[in-house]
Design a protein around this ligand. Structure first.
Ligand code: ADP
Length: 272
């Protein structure tokens, strides 16, 4: 998407939501020492869809998001985002490991919200949101600020624009982090257990904002969450992970209502 694309543009006119494949993992293996965390993993996410990764702790869900953020590299296999290899680049007709410049370009399409909000503590809310669009995308300060105001409206924090992160609750900080990720106009938003560091009473506000974004924008979402009712509400597809593999996948009504595997039933029994 270009820097001028409105967040809520008509999906029919937007190639980002034409149902084509936005993310593809092809035979991805990731090991930490002897621990094979992802095992020959294949999966894809179509653009505009909301996909949720569920499964027991340690099954490899966060590793997938970290690979997409290029915080980790796969030991084997390839990852594509928007038709471009994230892990590799083509040079003289050959596929070689991607260089930093290539990785930075492809990664511009990806936004991430972490468990710990990771806001810049020394910057006010407005600058937290405008910093990367100005420095990385080269947006003008005025345009970035206008966009930040729209996004702060979207996450219900317009009146907090001039505060420092430490003056906000955890839930409010997480909503700023969501606005900051969206300010880069990524094609895909990665959400890594974004409510797990929050006090219970602050969880609802953050999930409501994400539901709203899922409903009102055409952004692709890939979420790792333990909030099953949220997963059921927003997902087009749920992937149940077990030991670094997709045990089963399907629409939420199937996975939550009539799963195929006992392992899925056991997991849902423990978390629901
Ligand atoms: P999940 O998100 O499903 O809880 P993770 O992807 O966080 O699972 O972790 C999968 C496995 O990888 C776990 O066994 C975890 O201990 C291991 N792991 C994750 N990150 C590292 C790391 N940086 N070094 C060593 N082991 C790691």
């Amino acid at each position: 998407m270009s820097a001028d694309t409105p967040l809520t543009e008509d999906s029919a006119a937007n190639p980002a939501v034409d149902g084509s494949e936005l993310i593809r993992f092809d035979k991805v293996t990731k090991r930490f020492g002897d621990n094979t965390v992802l095992d020959d993993l294949d999966f894809s996410v179509a653009s505009g869809k909301h996909v949720t990764l569920i499964g027991p702790s340690g099954s490899g869900k966060t590793t997938i998001l970290r690979l997409l953020m290029t915080l980790l590299k796969p030991d084997e296999g390839t990852i594509k985002v928007g038709g471009d290899y994230l892990t590799h680049e083509e040079k003289n007709g050959k596929l070689v490991p991607a260089g930093d410049k290539h990785i930075r370009e492809v990664r511009k399409n990806i936004g991430m919200v972490f468990q710990q909000f990771n806001l810049f503590p020394n910057m006010k809310v407005l600058r937290n949101i405008t910093e990367a669009p100005v420095t990385v995308l080269g947006m003008s300060k005025d345009a970035a600020e206008e966009r930040a105001r729209e996004l702060l409206d979207l996450v219900g924090l317009a009146e907090h624009i001039d505060k420092y992160p430490s003056q906000l609750s955890g839930g409010q900080q997480q909503r700023v982090a969501i606005a900051r990720a969206l300010a880069m106009r990524p094609q895909v938003l990665l959400l890594d257990e974004v409510t797990s560091a929050l006090d219970p009473e602050l969880v609802v506000g953050v999930l409501d904002v994400l539901r709203d974004i899922a409903r009102s924008t055409d952004i692709t979402m890939l979420c790792v969450t333990h909030e099953m009712s949220f997963a059921r509400d927003i997902s087009d597809q749920v992937l149940m992970f077990d030991s670094g593999r997709v045990l089963e996948s399907g629409p939420p009504e199937k996975i939550f209502g009539d799963p195929e595997h006992d392992r899925t039933r056991e997991f849902l029994g423990a978390v629901l």
